[in-house]
Design a binder for this molecule. Structure first.
Ligand code: GAL
Length: 416
């Protein structure tokens, strides 16, 4: 290795290389492995590289992050936590409660994060008044992504109510395509259920999934919500079980399926495939949820690690994540919207601009709620118990919606 014209001894070169590597490497655990997710992740990797921060990748595939959280528990139990971890909502607060997370308050205070990060997000970025995670985006789950040609072929407009949605799905079925592109995994079934329940009323959503009110969880409205979920099961193809979410997105992208009910990370797949909002696909709020938003924010939690260099790299990564220019560049690709309220929407397409406007409106009107499906409404034990009942209902394991609602109320009570 030559430096300043001199040939270094092998040992000196090794020390130099190692010390540089140790000074700036961050090992990052995440689950962004689909085409669109990887494209967005590259924006982060390249941004950090430009700041001299090396990236040691620890991808754990599996939409929604359950597998990633299992892998994380193993690493921390072994006393070897990654430097930074993609994490959602209540999982962040759980790890903070275990004292496992580093303190980002110094960089947050220096950069004024408190003034620009929405309060709803700060609820998950801070614990005991300290910043313990840096939010990279705000996704929302109450979206439907519709193939434009397939919608036009129905002769119907964009559905705004449950009844109109069913009419479009029925017409797509008549037209011979799979009306609903879906992956039969618990987190995906739950993501659809976010929209169904929110579409029946924001008070109902809050009472059931945020307040965990047994009367809401087991009542008539929830019975109707499950009946709607059971109805949607009649619109998926025979091979839906176990399908990854991005493959369901691909079915809508190529016209094999008419629509997908999924968070706006699905838009990342449409963009990666070169599709254009308004031309190739339309983005609408889950019918009945207009004006409301169920959100989930991807945050990077920094784990307690040894050594000043590693801690410095964590602070530098958190600062890079919160940079407004980066927030625009990353979210344009990811399909989400910025975690900061001071990022202009110029670079975003029509769906992105709608997402930003909807978030601001819902935040102002008190109709912004944490996504149940993506860990922002209740702790993991409750989320997982809810997942189990939703998936069982989708797979026809209950006689009717009322039986499923009764099971949900019981399961949530047992998980608290
Ligand atoms: C969500 C996450 C998104 C995307 C999605 C599919 O929980 O917030 O960034 O990864 O899962 O895996």
């Amino acid at each position: 290795m030559r430096l300043f014209g001199k040939t270094l001894t092998a040992t000196a070169a090794l020390v130099m290389t190692t010390s540089l590597a140790l000074a700036e490497d961050v090992e990052v655990l995440h689950w962004w492995t689909s085409g669109g997710e990887a494209a967005a992740l590259n924006v982060l990797k390249e941004d950090l590289a430009s700041k001299g921060i090396g990236w040691v990748d620890m991808p754990v595939a599996g939409g929604g992050g359950e597998a990633a959280m299992t892998a994380l528990r193993a690493r921390v139990t072994a006393g070897d936590p990654p430097t930074a971890v993609q994490m959602l909502g209540f999982d962040i607060l759980d790890w903070a409660g275990e004292g496992a997370l580093g303190d980002l308050t110094e960089v947050a205070t220096a950069e004024g994060w408190d003034a620009v990060v929405p309060t709803a997000l700060q609820a998950f970025s801070k614990a005991d008044g300290k910043w313990i995670a840096a939010p990279v985006n705000v996704h929302s789950t109450n979206w439907v992504w519709i193939n434009k040609a397939a919608l036009d072929a129905t002769g119907l407009g964009e559905p705004t109510t449950w009844e109109e949605l069913v009419a479009v799905l029925d017409k797509m079925k008549e037209n011979g395509i799979t009306p609903l592109g879906h992956g039969g995994q618990a987190w995906q079934d739950a993501t659809v259920f976010d929209g169904i329940v929110l579409g029946m009323g924001t008070d109902f959503y809050k009472a059931a999934f945020v307040d965990l009110d047994p009367a809401a969880l087991g009542g008539e409205q929830m019975a109707e919500a499950f009946n709607r979920l059971i109805k949607l099961r009649t619109y998926v193809d025979d091979n839906f079980s176990g399908r990854d979410w991005n493959l369901a997105s691909a079915m809508v992208i190529n016209g094999e399926a008419g629509m997908q009910m999924m968070g706006d990370w699905a838009k990342g797949e449409f963009l990666k495939a070169g599709k254009v909002p308004g031309t190739d696909f339309v983005c609408i709020r889950f019918p009945g949820t207009q004006g409301a938003v169920t959100f989930n924010s991807d945050q990077f939690a920094m784990f307690n690690v040894e050594g000043d260099a590693a801690k410095a790299a964590q602070g530098a990564m958190a600062s890079a994540i919160m940079n407004p220019t980066f927030q625009s560049a990353f979210n344009v690709v990811k399909g989400s919207v910025p975690a900061r309220t001071d990022v202009p929407n110029d670079a975003f397409d029509d769906c992105g601009k709608k997402g930003m406007a909807d978030l601001a409106e819902a935040n102002t009107s008190g109709k912004l709620f944490g996504s149940m499906a993506h860990g922002h409404a209740a702790p993991a034990a409750v989320k997982n118990a809810t997942y189990d009942v939703i998936t069982a209902a989708f797979n026809g394991e209950y006689a009717d919606g009322a039986a499923a609602a009764a099971a949900l109320a019981e399961a949530v009570a047992a998980a608290q």
